[in-house]
Write a protein that binds this ligand. Structure first.
Ligand SMILES: [Zn+2]
Length: 287
């Protein structure tokens, strides 16, 4: 091939190349879609995935309700009643019985009205082994109450650690005045005896209540009388068979009970029955 021919062919090839670039422009342009993408029918939104139930927040621990403060009964003068534990005797007056259930939970308090003050006659003011002063000393007419069931005496009292004791609880009335404060029946029952300074009341279930030192001329009952709970029996006084004692009620509960060496009919500590019945009297559960 002659050089001229070569030049001619090169020119043709070049021309074809340029033409090709004109007729087949860049790929992008050639492949660009002629029509816009058809708008798809809006498909219904798929059901949304249900939101997962949120983990329940743990309930916060509720603040504990504060325990209601126990209501301390107040007496007719608005003074709060208080008592020392059972078996806690005046120091030097004996060894008390600290294990004391309420032996007479149905009993009414043996005085008609509050206030009343359970404490020792012998080891209190006005007592012959007391700290001096007269029986009307204000300390004798104040709370806290004090047990004196096992106070040192020679009476057989199997329920006391020493086996002997006082057999009952001494209770002063509201004021240091003789023969104006009524002692009343603790339960329905029968008067089984009336002595020179004693009244005994037996319930149908065999519990015997003893009241000492009531004023004889004020007694409203005689042996064999039926009495009802709360009935007046006589005035709290100081009678003691001729030689007066202090103005107080000596109160006993006697029942058949296992003393630890078999069942026997014996005096039981009345202190907790007195505490419970006194609280009921003060707060109106027993009128
Ligand atoms: Zn007594």
């Amino acid at each position: 091939m002659s050089p001229n021919t070569e030049r001619t062919l090169a020119a043709i090839v070049a021309s074809l190349g340029i033409a090709a670039m004109v007729f087949w422009p860049a790929e992008e342009a050639a492949e660009a879609p002629a029509d816009p993408e058809p708008v798809e029918e809006a498909a219904p939104d798929p059901e949304p995935e249900p939101e997962p139930e949120p983990e329940p927040e743990p309930e916060p621990e509720p603040e504990p309700e504060p325990e209601p403060e126990p209501v301390v009964p107040t007496d007719a003068a608005g003074v709060e009643f208080s008592y020392m534990p059972p078996g806690d005797l005046v120091p030097g007056s004996g060894t008390g019985q600290t294990i004391q259930p309420n032996y007479a939970p149905a009993m009414r308090f043996p005085m008609e009205m509050g206030q009343a003050y359970s404490n020792s006659q012998v080891y209190g003011h006005g007592g012959y082994l007391g700290p001096g002063g007269g029986q009307c000393n204000a300390n004798n007419y104040a709370y806290a109450w004090r047990d004196n069931f096992c106070e040192t005496r020679g009476y057989s009292t199997p329920m006391c650690p020493a086996g002997v004791g006082h057999q009952g609880q001494d209770i002063r009335p509201a004021t240091c005045q003789d023969a104006i404060h009524w002692a009343v029946a603790t339960e329905d029952g029968m008067i089984t005896s009336v002595g020179s300074y004693s009244v005994r009341l037996m319930t149908d279930s065999g519990v015997r209540y003893t009241y000492l030192h009531l004023e004889a001329s004020s007694l409203t009952v005689a042996p064999g009388d039926r009495v009802v709970r709360g009935q007046r029996l006589g005035y709290v006084s100081n009678e003691f068979g001729g030689t007066p004692t202090t103005i107080h009620l000596h109160f006993e509960i006697k029942m058949a009970i296992d003393t630890g060496s078999g069942i026997s009919n014996t005096n039981v500590p009345p202190y907790m029955a007195l505490v419970d019945s006194y609280e009921r009297l003060l707060d109106g559960r027993d009128s």
